[in-house]
Design a binder for this molecule. Structure first.
Ligand code: DAT
Ligand code: MG
Length: 140
């Protein structure tokens, strides 16, 4: 077990419905610490680069348009096994499959508009944190 950092995004469907505080409360209740956070609006180009790994999937265009459709809150969460813990608090990608009490079960609208993003592995967490935050914005 080790202290880790992971990249989280509160997506447009959730910022539109004013759910940032409720989602952050779930992270904090799970022992995750929000060590960096900012509200930004992605361009289509930035959304496309962030989700490049999915560029051949049929939903890629729709996903990028959605991510650029309203502000998002990008954040770095820190804690013991933060990557796995965050995925647990988020719940399954499709809210219909998400466990009770998870963010996606409680708030997601659909598999596409599913309220949160979370990194899936240490390598992607490091890449995704560096995508949004400079060293100066990350307090040790
Ligand atoms: P996750 O966000 O749980 O890591 P993922 O990496 O497989 O899921 O997919 C990234 C995002 O793409 C996901 O949060 C929502 C969208 N997406 C995935 N599968 C989809 C589908 N079948 N239809 C529409 N959007 C989908
Ligand atoms: Mg993913």
């Amino acid at each position: 077990m080790a202290t880790e950092r992971t990249l989280s995004i509160i997506k447009p469907d959730a910022t539109r419905r004013n759910l940032t505080g409720k989602i952050n409360a779930k992270f904090e209740e799970a022992g995750l610490r929000i060590v960096a956070q900012k509200r930004i609006q992605l361009t289509m180009d930035q959304a496309g680069k962030f989700y490049e790994v999915h560029k051949d999937r049929p939903f890629y265009g729709e996903l990028c348009e959605f991510m650029a459709s309203a502000p998002v809150v990008v954040q770095v969460l820190e804690g013991e096994s933060a990557i796995a813990k965050n995925r647990e608090v988020m719940g399954a990608t499709n809210p219909a499959d998400a466990a009770d009490g998870t963010i996606r079960k409680d708030f997601a609208l659909s598999v596409g508009e599913n309220s949160v993003h979370g990194s899936d592995a240490p390598e992607t967490a490091a890449q995704e944190i560096a995508f949004f935050f400079s060293g100066l914005e990350l307090v040790g």
